[in-house]
Design a protein around this ligand. Sequence first.
Ligand SMILES: Nc1ncnc2c1ncn2[C@@H]1O[C@H](COP(=O)(O)OP(=O)(O)OP(=O)(O)O)[C@@H](O)[C@H]1O
Length: 395
Amino acid sequence: MLVGGSWIYWGLKKKRLIKLKEKFFQLNGGLLLEQQLPSERRSARTTRIFTEDELKKATNNYDQRRVLGQGGCGTVYKGVLADDKIVAIKKAKIGDQSQIKQFINEVLVLSQINHRNVVKLLGCCLETEVPLLVYEFITNGTLFDHIHSINGRYASLSWELRLKIATETAGAIAYLHSSTSMPIIHRDIKTANILLDENCKTKVSDFGASRLVPLDQTQLTTLVQGTFGYLDPEYLHTSQLTEKSDVYSFGVVLAELLTSQKALSFQRSECDRNLATYFVSSMKEGHHILDERLVTEANAEQLKVVANLAKSCLRVRGEDRPTMKEVASELEGLIKPKGMHPWEKDDHDLSSEETEQFLKISGVQDNHGGIDNNTSTSQFDGLHFEIIKPDEDGR
Ligand SMILES: Nc1ncnc2c1ncn2[C@@H]1O[C@H](COP(=O)(O)OP(=O)(O)OP(=O)(O)O)[C@@H](O)[C@H]1O
């Protein structure tokens, strides 16, 4: 009787646990994922399904000391799997359905991508109260951390490294726009989403907001989403998302690499708060804005080309901006010099003399007054937002 009773008790308990896991799987969008993930991807098993226990053990029960960072979507923990592999585990916020949608979106998008400069998704766990995503662990922090080195944690990035990181990032975004079966718009390109490994190899991350664009569509009407300071003003006004929105955000990343200033800083005067406008107006007026260390260290010709490139990415009209393919090949050309691109000779760009003067002024004034590197954090920096427009698509 006793054996039989406890057998029934454990059987019922196990059944209840399985039911609960199934419930969480459904709530976490598991069915949605199964429907949307192309069948060949599912059978190829590119993304592994982790168990709740495996990830609990890997993070020492989500120990606070294992927290790598906190984003709008949830918390990222460092984890060690049973085979000693180190991973990054992203845990969504409890009870936030919109974050769960973003998680599923990230799995769908990342399962289409295989690029050396895009972070790899190793798998997910959906049987828990909140979904969990498991990525390869990228050891060396974010580009944001390096540029704005808080508490002097990182040494200043050399120009050579900045150029390499910009080139790799541009190549990865160009790949997303044109080399996958369905073009992908990242929608949240920023220095905090560019991870660096021990060799400063770039890994573009955070695909929660990204969108797959059907090949017959050149633009999408969406709920405006992104990060203040990096957001394309044209997209903000029209809600029409195109690949050129990523080009604009990448222009802000270039401006950040050139100036070592934050994309949005409340330590600058009101009209200069936004780095994109501050950068473009400084270039036009020949005001110093480049990081003084770069002016002394870098090849002036390279600085000039990258500054002009940033300026063309930051053009107000999307169609006036270069494509990411053009940007990537221009940057690659700086490492392996090639011919000029037609859009580079546009009348709107600074003339050679103007740029020369801009670089000269940057160097001269820096020697006297120095520049505000804005390395301290501001609670407004990297603010995320979403604006619901009447014709939004439900995201
Ligand atoms: N694969 C990874 N390897 C190592 N660290 C990572 C990895 N992914 C994320 N991180 C760390 O976790 C932090 C938070 O990442 P996450 O992508 O959730 O947020 P975010 O991009 O900073 O913010 P948001 O999601 O609001 O845009 C990152 O800034 C980074 O420090």
